[in-house]
Each structure stands twice: as structure tokens, then as C-alpha cells.
Design a protein around this ligand. Sequence first.
Ligand code: NAD
Length: 260
Amino acid sequence: ALAKKTAIITGSTSGIGLAIAHALAAEGCNIVVNSFSDTEADHAIAAEIAAKHAVEAIYVQADMSKGDDCRALVKKAAERFGGVDILVNNAGIQHVAPVDEFPAEQWDRIIAINLSSAFHTTAAALPLMKARKWGRIVNIASAHGLRASPFKSAYVSAKHGILGLTKTVALEVAEQGITCNAICPGYVLTPLVEAQIPDQMKAHNMDRETVIREVMLDRQPTRQFATVEQIGGTVAFLCSDNAAQITGTPISVDGGWTAQ
Ligand code: NAD
């Protein structure tokens, strides 16, 4: 049902964003891959998605910490494919420090990339979606959009904030065939998380299985990571016709974290 729809996924050269790009390409969408860099490897990711799923895919460099870049990303996608149907706001960064030591520039950067970027891309994409009377916006929030952890003030604030944006946008366009939802993953096994495992093993003097179970997945009752494929599949579902009445809501994919 998503054949030839155009999907933009911000921050999609690795991890969750890359898996979402593959999941939507598998549904037949044309794909706009994005990150802040502009390397051969970036463009190769788009080429690989196009070849694997027999769709069209392009890489567009845009820095999600800059509002003008966010809006230019949507404009370039529309110029190439004639419109924008699906927008997935996925780009995100983290910084960990106590509030009274939190570097102000890190606070600004996290709010810009994890929250304000979604405002700018959404503002630019909505007129295009309204013109087609169909659209899907999926914001990748976090369990930290619903719960807090110490030392993650900017991240938790941005992720709580994006749930507010999600609800507000959903209400504004409810009668126009456009939905806006958020996905709240718990711990997802991305390359970034995988890379932390050896350090955690050393710090806690535990083997791999124990450090994953007792330390990393302490708050995730299933004691299993969510996979990037599961997040991609949830995005594809939210873009489907079966999800047309799901709007303005956070969907937790967190192994029971927020049931507690
Ligand atoms: P990742 O670091 O693997 O991917 C982040 C992507 O964003 C990369 O492609 C990176 O190039 C891009 N990016 C970073 N800064 C950017 C910028 N200024 N402009 C454009 N692109 C930029 O991380 P991930 O784990 O895949 O996270 C993706 C999203 O999922 C984030 O919003 C994150 O907060 C959220 N999330 C992740 C987890 C987890 O456990 N991994 C859990 C909950 C939520």
C-alpha cells in the first residue's frame, strides 16, 4: 500500500534510522536517506537501499542542528520525488552529565537535534502532505519521553518535548488524512549500544550475558534488547492503513519498561 510513497528518514545512515529506511523501502517507498556528513559511504547507503528493494533512494546531506538545513531537506526531497508522504524524525544524540555541570552548548545541541529539528521538518512537510490529503509523521522518541534517568536532563527534556509536539501536530491535522505518532523505544541493540558492552563488562567485572541482563537491561523487564528491525516494523505499521486511526500517541517498544 506504500508503493511509490516518498519517505524521509532523518539521521538514517546507521542504527535505528537505517533499519527504518530499509523497512519502508521493503514496502515500496522511495527513500531519502540523511545525515550531517557528505561522504561516498553516505551515498552508497542510498544506492544499496535502492538496489536491494528495487525502489528509488537518494542521500541528502543536512545538519539537523540547523533549522534551515531541516527545511532544505524536505524541499530537496520534494523536488526530487514530487512530494513528501512520510516523515520519520529519527536523528538524535545523547550527552550524560549532572545538571549543574551540563555544558550549555550540549544542552542547546540536544534540544536542536532531538526536538527542534522535528518542528522544522514537520513545518516544511505538512503543506506537501495536506496537498495530497495523506501523510504519516513518526517521531522517534524514547522511553525517556515518558520516564527520566539521572544525568540525561537534555535528552529526557527533548524526548518529553517531542511527545508534546506529536500530540499538537496530530490535533492540528486530524481531519486531513495525516497522522502523527511517536515511538518510544527502550534499549535497542544498535552499533552504538553494542560498542558500550565491552566497557560495561570491564567496569562491572561481569561477562557479556550478565552485564546485559543485570546492568544494561535492569529497567527492561523482558531482559532483552529491542531490535532495530522491530522499530522499523513498527514505523511501517504506523504508516499502514490499519493505523489510520492511531494518531497523537506514543507507542512503547520497550520490553515493559514503562509498565513499571
Ligand atoms: P545512532 O547514533 O546509531 O544514529 C543516529 C543517526 O543520527 C546517525 O545516522 C547520525 O549520523 C545521525 N545524526 C546525528 N547527528 C545528526 C545531525 N546533526 N544531523 C543529521 N543527522 C544526525 O543512534 P540510534 O541508536 O540509531 O538512535 C536513533 C534515534 O533513536 C535517536 O533519536 C535516539 O534518541 C533514539 N533512541 C535510541 C535508543 C537506543 O537504545 N539505541 C533508544 C531509544 C531511542
